[in-house]
Design a binder for this molecule. Structure first.
Ligand SMILES: [Mg+2]
Length: 385
């Protein structure tokens, strides 16, 4: 490739995934036919296509693409950071941080995929180098009543996972501290003493009923079960209470999945609200933005762990970021989602220790299987235009 080479963006498409959308444990539960996960394809005049993913309703992404089209058509697909920043900077007055930022996330991920495919390098190498060849995925599962919780963790332990996160569902919402403790105890028993176990209250759900005192009491309970972090223990805007919780909690405090844009993370990092920050690459602005957030967190001594579990492409982007960061030792991996396990040519496979190998093939290092994809969208061909 020679200097100054360009590959022009010819079109950008988004399609919904639906039919088997995993439950969210939300109070207004997701139905299988709901579209909350979208795939994005950036098509170029050179015939190279890049893929990305967005964790939102595809109708919003499609509308966002219409608005952004005059800014990206004909742009150089080999310049992800510049093109993404151009899209951010020229839409500041149209609801930044929301649908347009989500949409730019999918575009940015796809542009990095293209740059890797054209230069024959994996995204992790393009980001500056590979710190590791594999990383431990933690299996995210919804909270269940204790007996079922035990069975579900046992099922995924048998599949080879060695780290688990349980969240949402009845936890906190049933207003029953004994039930909360029984769920965590059952999960720890099923996971065994040597597995990692994390707990996610999911307080970004509608009308979260608890505050700081509940979070502090619950954190004490979690310590007794050797829980590695307490995630979204408070409403997502309660930054003062998060600061206090982090100061007093015996277990590390995690959060940040609902924030978008690097600027929104700054006060949380500067004020010391979190031990672990969990930006979602498919929402914050893509790989370009996620890298900046991860490095910012590193400067503040806050651990970065990606939340891009929504599709195989989100996971693939998280894996590339995990190798590009010096201290990233975990990625989130939802248990039992066909949108992660069922749309790629080669599904992710755990090794003997329950870890994932980080792809080093060009771009994101995963191939989308058009035939498999047809099961979960009615317009798979649009992506391959
Ligand atoms: Mg969470």
């Amino acid at each position: 490739m020679s200097g100054g080479m360009t590959l022009k963006i010819r079109s950008i498409k988004a399609v919904p995934l639906f039919g088997e959308s995993p439950k969210g444990g939300w109070s207004a539960e997701i139905k299988p036919e709901d579209s909350i996960h979208a795939l994005v394809a950036v098509q170029t005049d050179g015939g190279v296509t890049g893929f990305g993913s967005v964790f939102t309703d595809a109708r919003l992404v499609q509308a966002g693409l219409k608005v952004l089209e005059p800014l990206f058509l004909g742009e150089n697909a080999l310049e992800p950071s510049r093109v993404s920043e151009k899209l951010h900077q020229n839409t500041f007055w149209m609801g930044r941080g929301g649908t347009l930022t989500h949409t730019i996330s999918g575009i940015d991920i796809a542009l990095w995929d293209i740059l890797g495919k054209v230069t024959n390098m994996s995204v992790g190498r393009l980001l500056g180098g590979r710190h590791r060849e594999r990383v431990q995925p933690y299996c995210s599962l919804l909270m269940e009543e204790p007996k079922k919780m035990f069975d579900v963790i046992a099922e995924y332990r048998a599949k080879g996972f060695t780290a688990f996160k349980i969240g949402w569902g009845p936890f906190g919402r049933a207003m029953d501290a004994k039930l909360d403790a029984a769920i965590v105890r059952a999960a720890r028993e099923a996971a065994g003493p040597s597995s990692k176990l994390f707990v996610d209250a999911g307080a970004s759900d509608a009308h979260w009923p608890h505050g700081l005192k509940w979070a502090l009491r619950t954190a004490e309970m979690l310590k007794d079960h050797d829980v590695g972090w307490f995630e979204e223990a408070l409403r997502p805007d309660a930054i003062d209470d998060f600061c206090e919780l982090r100061r007093q909690s015996p277990v590390p405090i995690a959060g940040g999945e609902v924030l978008t844009r690097r600027q929104a993370f700054l006060p949380w990092l500067m004020r010391g609200a979190l031990d672990i920050v969990q930006p979602d690459v498919t929402k914050v602005g893509g790989i370009t933005e996620q890298r900046r957030i991860a490095w910012l967190a590193d400067e503040f001594g806050v651990k970065y762990i990606g939340h891009g579990w929504n599709t195989a492409l989100g996971v693939a982007a998280d894996l590339q970021l995990a190798t590009a960061m010096p201290l990233c030792d975990l990625v989130e991996f939802i248990g039992g989602s066909p949108y992660v396990d069922g749309i790629t040519v080669e599904p992710f496979k755990l090794d003997a220790e329950g870890w994932l190998t980080i792809p080093d093939a060009p771009g994101l290092g995963v191939g989308i299987d058009r035939e498999k994809l047809r099961r979960y969208t009615d317009d798979a061909d649009a992506l391959f235009g």
